[in-house]
Design a protein around this ligand. Sequence first.
Ligand SMILES: [Ca+2]
Ligand SMILES: [Ca+2]
Length: 180
Amino acid sequence: MKFKMLKATFAAMILMASGFANAALIYSDETSITASGQSFSDSVTLSELYENVVLNFVAKGDFGSNRLVETISFSIDGVNLLVWTWDTPGITVVSNFDNYDVTMSGTISISQLLWSTLASDDVLNFVWQNSQAVNPYPTQGGSDFVSFSLTGDIVETPEPSTLAILALGLIGLGARRFKK
Ligand SMILES: [Ca+2]
Ligand SMILES: [Ca+2]
C-alpha cells in the first residue's frame, strides 16, 4: 500500500515536471482545386506551446497519370514537408478515375527540433503548390480538393503557485512517513 502511494506520488511529480498534454487542432483547411498549377497560402499565429505536432494531408485530383509532372508540395515557413504523386512510398493512394483522379493521404510527424524552429516566432506560414500539369477535373472521379490539418499536444506550463502547493503537499507526506 505504501509502495503504491509512493509510486502514485512519483508519477504525479513527473507529470507536473513535464506539464500536462492535451491534443488540439492548430490549423486546418480544405480548398477546392479549380485551376491548373493551383497554389494556396495562409498563416496562423500560435497562442499556445505545442509538442508531438502531426500533419494530416489529403490531396484528391489529377495526380494519377504522370508521376514526373503531376505533383503537390507542401511547406511550412519555407521548409518542405512533402512532395507527393500517386506512387510516393508511405502514403495511402486510392484511384477514383483512371489517370485523372486519385486520393492521396498521409500523416507526417514533425520532430520537436524542427517544430521549435518553425514555432520560434509564433507564426506558421503554410503553402501548397500543385505542379502545372495538375488540372481540375470535377466531372472525372468527383470534385478535386486539398485538405490538411495540423494538430499537437498543448504544453501547459504549471503556475508557480501550483508547484508551491505540490511541494508543500510532498513535504507533508514525507513528514508523515518519517513520524511513523
Ligand atoms: Ca494533368
Ligand atoms: Ca476529379
